[in-house]
Design a protein around this ligand. Structure first.
Ligand SMILES: C[S@@+](CC[C@H](N)C(=O)[O-])C[C@H]1O[C@@H](n2cnc3c(N)ncnc32)[C@H](O)[C@@H]1O
Ligand SMILES: *[C@@H]1O[C@H](CO)[C@@H](O)[C@H](O)[C@H]1NC(C)=O
Length: 260
């Protein structure tokens, strides 16, 4: 294989996966079946063909073998679709490297796909603080972190994320983090954002997930607490002079806030 070529195995392609989805309950679904599996799976989910997304994934995704293994394991879970989208994770790893990130906060670890993704992107003395309340999800991911040889970079805190962020602030770590990913309960997004603004350094990045709420941002519903939380934060960040921003339509919508 020529040196400039990426192995076939590293390319996610349209390989494997399947039945796990069929019976699944897709809480917080954010990626199309395309991001995870086969055309058959797309049919099962009743999704329309999306040849352009298909093309984008086939021509850009270079998934680390351990990430791929963890993804397949995650898809065996009924809530598997809560996982971050692979192309999104790849973008965040590229951004983290671009700013030479060493310290990262992950709010909502789930089975740890993006936690592993970030740990792989960091130097050996880098660290990812992983915030999660559900130990069962995390315990699925830990063996994969170990096998990838990056477990030492992951500082896992099993408790409500707000408590962990407060601990980091109390420990004098304000302004020392390079990258934060907000991907947990929507009602606390504003609080997470405010704490991350303090924890992240100038020039650091806060990535906020699900900012399009599966299109629900276009259907105002004051009784929907998720809608309220996301709508409020989207409006606020638009006017927030502490950051420069980009909101992109990848996955379920991501806002990147660049701290000034
Ligand atoms: C969408 S999933 C995160 C996906 C993950 N970032 C990944 O890479 O696949 C959201 C996670 O947030 C967790 N969560 C919910 N409320 C939380 C809280 N208050 N503090 C920390 N984690 C929380 C859930 O248990 C769930 O695992
Ligand atoms: C932030 O955005 C403003 C206006 O677009 C621009 O002038 C400025 O250079 C940006 N700052 C950084 C640090 O990128």
């Amino acid at each position: 294989m020529p040196a400039f070529s990426i192995s076939k195995q590293a390319l996610a392609g349209t390989a494997v996966l399947g039945a796990a989805f069929a019976a699944g309950v897709f809480i917080g679904k954010k990626c199309t079946a395309l991001h995870f599996g086969t055309k058959k799976l797309r049919k099962t989910l009743g999704e329309k063909d999306d040849p352009l997304t298909d093309y984008v994934l086939r021509h850009s995704l270079r998934e680390h073998p351990m990430l791929k293994k963890l993804k397949l394991r995650t898809m065996e879970e009924p809530e598997g679709m809560m996982m971050v989208c692979c192309d999104q994770a790849q973008l965040m790893a590229n951004l983290a490297k671009l700013i030479s990130a060493k310290k990262v906060i992950e709010i909502g670890v789930f089975t740890g796909y993006n936690t592993l993704n970030m740990a792989l992107a960091l130097p050996d003395d880098g660290k990812v603080v992983g915030c999660e309340v559900n130990n069962d999800y995390v315990s699925i991911g830990i063996p994969f972190w170990k096998e990838a040889g990056v477990e030492h970079k992951i500082d896992l805190r099993i408790k409500p994320a707000v408590e962990t962020l407060d601990e980091l602030l109390a420990a004098g770590e304000a302004g020392t983090y390079d990258f934060a990913f907000i991907d947990a309960d929507k009602k606390s997004y504003n609080e997470y954002y405010e704490k991350c603004i303090r924890l992240v350094r100038k020039g650091g990045i806060i990535a906020i997930d699900n900012v399009l709420l599966n299109g629900k941002v276009l259907k105002p519903n004051k009784k929907d607490m998720d809608w309220q939380a996301i709508q409020h934060l989207n409006e606020k960040i638009l006017r927030d002079a502490r950051v420069n921003i980009s909101m992109i339509t990848m996955a379920d919508g991501i806002t990147f806030a660049f701290k000034l």
